[in-house]
Write a protein that binds this ligand. Sequence first.
Ligand SMILES: C[S@@+](CC[C@H](N)C(=O)[O-])C[C@H]1O[C@@H](n2cnc3c(N)ncnc32)[C@H](O)[C@@H]1O
Length: 262
Amino acid sequence: MFLQWVLPQLHMSWPGFRRVHGQVCKHLEQRCKQLGLPDIVTYQNYLQQQPQEWQVLDSLCRITVTRFYRDKAVFAFLAREVLPTLIHQAQTRGAQHLRLWSAGCAGGEEPYSLALVYQLGLEIKPGIGLHILATDADAHMINRAREACYPFSSVKNLPQTWLASAFVQREELYCLKTEYCDPVELLIHDIRSETPNGPFDLILCRNLTFTYFEQTVQTEILARLRKALQPGGVLVIGVHESLPTVEGLTVWSERLGIYRRL
Ligand SMILES: C[S@@+](CC[C@H](N)C(=O)[O-])C[C@H]1O[C@@H](n2cnc3c(N)ncnc32)[C@H](O)[C@@H]1O
């Protein structure tokens, strides 16, 4: 099968794509059409003659499925345990802001969920500012995040009261009010490249590195993520993911994929 041939060459892992490969196949069909190629075998030959096409192929392998408040239990745990601890830690060292990074942020659903939790979901007023860096390799996703308007299917997991108070409805879409967008800085960035300027109190890297990349790439990225965390800072991965190593980290909640830098 084409994907099983191509993914190892992109340092990606087939098992991660098994359940969702339909999305990649659709991208491949569109690409063949765009190039005027009749089928995937012809595309395979085209790849061998046009080395620059591998970069395009890499972008066709991005899975962008997400939603607000994905894995509710994770956000509840962040609100109840993690954010209050990180706020306290930041205040103790005299920081003015908590710095978070959502890596692979898709259309903004994850970083905006964090902004909502911070502003609406904490038991106490934080008393410290918030800055969220939200990055994705896909420019189209970053543009969607800038628009910050979503169909109901994306926002339906959110508590009803947040939906009513933090969004304005425009026709069929739910558009996030500016005050919840403001703490989020959006940037096109590939997780395999150099880490953006840290240190961060919290990094979310969910349903990307530890699902779709092969182990050596996972290990390299993990080392960089760990380095980008404050001591005592927290890394959150997807609930169905696991880390290639927990060296230099302690487990906060294995079930929720939450780890802390030693
Ligand atoms: C499945 S979504 C996960 C979104 C969100 N983190 C979540 O858990 O719901 C994966 C996102 O990672 C982005 N992505 C894929 N490859 C990437 C890369 N090399 N660097 C940065 N982002 C990437 C995709 O464009 C997509 O938006």
